[in-house]
Design a binder for this molecule. Sequence first.
Ligand code: CP
Ligand code: NVA
Length: 306
Amino acid sequence: MKKDFLSIADWSTDELYQLIDLSKKIKSEPKNYSTSLQGKSIATIFEKQSLRTHVTFDVGIHQLGAHAIYLTQADISLGKRESVYDTGKNLERWVDGIVVRTYADKTCTDLAKAVKVPVINALTDREHPCQALGDFLTVHEKMWSFFGKKFVFVGDGNNVCHSLMLFAAKVGMNFVAAVPKGYEPDKNVFKSAVTSAKKMGSTVEINHDPKEAVKGASVIYTDVWTSMGQEAEKEKRLTIFKNYQVNKKLMSIAKSDAIFMHCLPAHRGEEVTDEVMDSKNSVVFDEAENRLHTQKAVMFTLMKGE
Ligand code: CP
Ligand code: NVA
């Protein structure tokens, strides 16, 4: 059994399917899990802003019978007021798990190494595994299988792209990152995804032409062009990414029943048009809902047995 949920790369195909199955059970019968983590306390640390992750962890922790302690940079100044290690060694004496959103991925992995309690990555500059899990539950609900279908991520090869790419590869979906030159996913993450995909008989590719990439796609996914921490590059990125907007024309090249996905927050009019966001093929709010059920499954899996 894994101690932490830090990267999709750490979890096997079977384990990811188990998380999806458990998420479905929790979603259909939430009352059956209302005392699963009774008496436990979970710290949620946020170095960056959040709506969905903050609220879904808070609500999910409450629905499992546990207690959430929300800590921002203004409260604890992670890595500045004292070391990440010391923060962890304090927290593990009081709480049963830690959910953490950081800039550097190393902050999150260092914290996980330092403590004996489970740590859940709630987004770092490198990955957003909770997002990918919620999204693949959404894909499974809509399509009932992953195998052989084409998933195209259009935009920046960022943290969300990394986790989706790793997840798609583990479950045998064909994945294409349609990104501008210089904004490809991290080489090591890409390599890891290619290795997983080979085992599953599927493919992971990079394509610089979004129109070519979305041909035959069942899923079109995008995210903001400027992630948290990159604000100084916003103007430059608006120019570089302008041909990577997901609009009606791009959607029309994909399969006619292709779904549109976005982790949110969306910058309407930039990476996606209102028309696509609000179309019948858009599942963006289902994804947001599924963050709740899937994170409950992760917390249950990691913290129930203690
Ligand atoms: N998708 C997501 O993680 O949203 P927040 O940044 O609002 O948590
Ligand atoms: N890539 C975005 C995702 C936000 C949920 C960011 O890191 O800001």
